[in-house]
Design a protein around this ligand. Sequence first.
Ligand SMILES: C[S@@+](CC[C@H](N)C(=O)[O-])C[C@H]1O[C@@H](n2cnc3c(N)ncnc32)[C@H](O)[C@@H]1O
Length: 398
Amino acid sequence: MLVSTEQPLPTLEVEIERLLPGGVGLAHAEGFTLFVSLAAPGDVVRVQIDRLRGKVAFASVLEVIKPSPVRVEPPCPYFGRCGGCDFQQLNYEAQLQAKVEIIRDCFHRIANIADFPEIAIHPSPNQWQYRARANWQYDPLTLHFGYFEAGSHRVCDVEVCAVLLPDLQNTLSDLRAHIRNDSFPGAVKNVEAVADDEGVSMSPAWDGFETKKVSRRIGDETYHFSADAFFQVNHELLVPLVHEATRNARGAVALDLYCGVGLFTVPLARRFERVVGVESNPTSARFAQLNLQNAQLESARIITARVGDWLSRKASEFEAVDFLLLDPPRAGAENVVINGILARRPREISYVSCDPATLSRDLKKLLAAGYFLDSVAAFDMFPQTHHVETVVRLTARF
Ligand SMILES: C[S@@+](CC[C@H](N)C(=O)[O-])C[C@H]1O[C@@H](n2cnc3c(N)ncnc32)[C@H](O)[C@@H]1O
């Protein structure tokens, strides 16, 4: 019998039924629901219980007794320790299928949607060496440089990261050489780096590593940004992502909330008479302005503000909004933002999200207020991880 007593907690043999939001495997045994990390659906595994919360057990795999047909040998030597990639044990087809199931699960359970359109997922052209952005951690006590270990703030020392673009891997190797030579600034604990076609921008800047302006051409548009501004990590999927988020968008007035450096603002400004982008990071907002200026798009302006504040302050600025796009961070849109959107009654909403759970929470409110779910599309922006980008299109039915 599995009981919550002293350490060590018992081990169990279980079969993984499917993968859940968060990427964990679901299993049941002895009246408990188990969430098993780094599992594959169909695996029979011996697991160790790491933590109990009521009838829920959080577990990790000790031994694969019978591997799932979709299980593969994780190629990365840091797999299981590094917090970065938690889907390397799955073949690529199974990764894509699990991500669609994760979205469906959130829509059912969190948004209470019984029927929704078919979810097509766009695979990533590159399953490895796709990341154009990295956030590295440095621990001056251990001299470890890499990513946080799963569920902790211990730094996993990473020499080679298989999902980085080659330019970023070179930067990682250069920075590690500075640590070995004792020429790395001890005060720097966290490094952001982004790559474009010509080089790498890094923040903070020091000794030859500059926070320089870089640029990337996506479809017909050129975007400038730097390591201090947000830009999507997987550039190969951005043409279809922008297309899906803005297709058929027409009218006089469009809002682009959480606009970053203007990935969606620029194409929207080509179609609408008036576009407003709202972004709280001043560096990103400046790049968005620059990107609009370079494209000679005068119909759009960028507001540097928190979306919730701006929507509350400017309650009456727009009588009629035809199209509203929002692309918030993982936490989704705050209540004040959803209420501000509903107050403007946009005819169409395009919600771009990197977290199906918070998307579903927000979707529930928008559907309850009279929006209809037209389409859902998924983009595998983050291969080898459970993360997935979703674009949901809604139209007003009031
Ligand atoms: C997921 S990114 C999307 C950016 C852009 N749409 C893109 O695809 O490149 C979210 C953006 O929201 C910004 N942000 C975060 N919280 C915000 C807030 N409360 N108000 C305005 N912008 C915010 C971040 O700086 C970031 O640029």
